[in-house]
Design a protein around this ligand. Structure first.
Ligand code: TYD
Length: 134
């Protein structure tokens, strides 16, 4: 799936507790404009079924686990995130949703764009049409 990759973030192992981090452009390939997080997800719920016209992101399971289901219009790929030092990079124009959240999981997302409704493609059929036009 074009551009999608798992980024292994720095991990400073310490008997007092481990530490991870990332910096603009140094560990992720864009400048961060916005971060948000999803938490208190009831069992069985699904979040984020959409694609973005021009927005890239990294998704991290800071706590617990969940699945990121990606679709590029042809193929589907599922990434199970369960380590806080792994960041899943998702470029623009990939359909994605998050599911299978464990109890107390925390999904952290950093993006290169402010929240703008007109970035969203919320209908999978419309998404497929746009992909096919390219
Ligand atoms: P949305 O992205 O639609 O979540 P999902 O795709 O999981 O349904 O966001 C849900 C609500 O939160 C929506 O009313 C917009 C608001 N929101 C913001 O105001 N700022 C943000 O950065 C995000 C991600 C959402």
């Amino acid at each position: 799936m074009d551009g999608v990759r798992l980024i292994s973030l720095p991990k400073i192992v310490d008997n007092r507790g481990n530490l991870s981090y990332f910096e603009n452009l140094n560990h992720i390939p864009f400048e961060i404009k916005r971060v948000y997080w999803i938490y208190d997800v009831p069992g069985g719920e699904i979040r984020g079924g959409h694609a973005y016209l021009d927005l890239q992101e990294v998704i991290i399971a800071l706590s617990g686990s969940f699945d990121v289901v990606l679709n590029d219009g042809v193929n589907q790929k599922v990434y199970t995130l369960n380590r806080s030092y792994n960041a899943l990079y998702v470029p623009k124009m990939i359909w994605r949703h998050l599911e299978n959240f464990s109890t107390n999981s925390l999904a952290f997302i950093a993006t290169d764009a402010f929240y703008e409704l007109n970035q969203y493609i919320r209908d999978f059929y419309t998404y497929k049409q746009l992909i096919n036009e390219k």
